[in-house]
Design a protein around this ligand. Structure first.
Ligand code: ARG
Length: 458
């Protein structure tokens, strides 16, 4: 017998039952469902809607049910459709008529909204922690590489010298914004919807504030229609998750590139690499590739939710049952990626020598030569042209700028003197970029301190 079978004259078709059921994917919210029901029961008793004894019996039985689920003693059924009715069925089987009172002044519509919010909030706490661990790792590695000079790129062409610390702190900034976005998303997750009922709240004198407090929400939803039909918070989470994955994917792409024989900027740890079934020499950066690949499915989850909610009339519609798989997939994927990405970084060896060597080639100090001429009084645009000529000369003679002798230099501009060589020194090029946001070791060292202070506050 279905909990709602009263007005029906025949059994549900088996196809309907299977198609309609969500227990296969919403059973993971059993803890949250029980937590919500306990708070609801306690409130019903406090308000005199059920007796104190009934409230206590319901709560005790729910607690038993939770541990029996945990011990694998209870099995969910498709007949009971979803997690909410599965647990209510267990409850009624256990304490009979008292159990039947639990659903007073509640609908599955506000119940499921509550469960998702509780579940998401619990997961956000874990994800936030994982993100902070990644940030801590970045700070630690950056601290070891304040003086590790490497080429910076634009268009994947060598551009100007930077340091590895500076490069890593760029990712620190991205993930810092991700933490901020997550915290902001959590403000909207923290709304307590119980009391919204099916859509029109209830005539019973519920104490919604009491339930809110019991469950640790920040505020109660302000409109019953919105309370049951809002999934913005899940979309916001997937939006946060998509941006985070985009950042992880960029980072992964660089690790993949850096691990190539051609770049050889990093050596991945054997524990975080994989081999080939045919090519004996191979060591592949599968983890970084998978993180890059999984970014696509998280974007998919975001688009799923946006499309799901588009054009849905108020209030609850069964379409919304489809929200869970996308949301859970995004949660699981982000968690898994963060869990493996941080140790991948921790175990990666950075090849300082190769980085420095590559920074010395490719004319990464050409801008500095132009800046040198500007300091000697030449307008920048003219200096740019002069250095362009010098670069062309070097390309034709297969040398780098610092290898041009002074006499030849003077043919490009009489303003060039012997002090040009120290201005072309790659380490000096980095060291003089001291303005806030720049790569000079002393500037990055201050940035590190600021970042560490922020992290400590989190
Ligand atoms: N399993 C449903 C869901 O996930 C619970 C709410 C069902 N409400 C309803 N009126 N059919 O959305």
């Amino acid at each position: 017998m279905k909990l709602w079978s009263g007005r029906f004259t025949k059994q549900t078709d088996k196809l309907t039952e299977d198609f309609n059921a969500s227990i296969a994917f919403d059973s993971r919210m059993y803890v949250q469902d029980i937590r919500g029901s306990m708070a609801h029961a306690a409130m019903l008793a406090k308000q005199g809607i059920i007796s104190r004894e009934e409230g206590e019996n319901i709560m005790a039985a729910l607690q038993e049910i939770q541990s029996e689920i945990e011990n694998g003693q209870l099995e969910f059924t498709v007949e009971a459709e979803d997690i909410h009715m599965n647990i209510e069925t267990f409850l009624t089987a256990r304490i009979g008529d008292t159990g039947k009172k639990l659903h007073t002044a509640r609908s599955r519509n506000d119940q499921v909204a509550l469960d998702i919010r509780l579940y998401l909030n619990d997961e956000i706490i874990k994800i936030r922690q994982l993100l902070l661990e990644l940030e801590e790792t970045l700070l630690k590695i950056a601290g070891e590489h304040l003086h590790t000079v490497m080429p910076g790129y634009t268009h994947m062409q060598k551009a100007q010298p930077i340091t590895l610390a500076h490069h890593l702190l760029a990712y620190f900034e991205m993930f810092r914004r991700d933490v901020e976005r997550l915290d902001d998303c959590r403000k909207r997750v923290a709304a307590m919807p119980l009391g919204s009922g099916a859509l029109a709240a209830t005539g019973f004198n519920l104490d919604r504030e009491y339930v809110r407090e019991q469950l640790g929400f920040d505020y109660i939803t302000r409109n019953s229609l919105d309370g049951v039909s809002d999934r913005d918070f899940a979309i916001e989470f997937c939006s946060f998750a998509s941006i985070l994955m985009m950042h992880l994917s960029r980072f992964s792409e660089e690790i993949i590139l850096w691990a190539t024989d051609e770049f050889a900027f990093v050596q991945l740890d054997d524990g975080f690499s994989t081999g080939s079934s045919i090519m004996p020499q191979k060591k592949n950066p599968d983890i970084a590739e998978l993180v890059r690949g999984k970014t696509g499915r998280v974007y998919g989850d975001l688009i799923t939710l946006l499309t799901l909610m588009k054009a849905l009339p108020l209030a609850y519609n069964k379409d919304m049952q489809e929200d869970k798989e996308a949301l859970f997939d995004a949660l699981d994927t982000v968690k898994k990626c963060l869990m493996v990405f941080t140790p991948l970084l921790q175990t990666t060896r950075f090849q300082k020598e190769k980085m420095a060597q590559e920074a010395r080639g490719g004319f990464t100090n050409a801008t500095d030569l132009a800046d040198y001429l500007v300091e000697k009084g030449m307008p920048f645009r003219d200096a740019h042209a002069v250095v362009g000529q010098a670069v062309l000369y070097c390309l034709e003679n297969q040398q780098v700028l610092e290898e041009i002798d002074l006499e030849t230099f003077k043919q490009f501009s009489s303003k060039i003197d012997a002090d040009v060589y120290q201005n072309l020194d790659i380490a000096n090029c980095v060291a003089k970029r001291q303005i806030p946001g720049g790569p000079a070791p002393q500037t990055v060292s201050r940035a590190l301190a600021e970042a560490a202070a922020w992290l400590k506050e989190m």
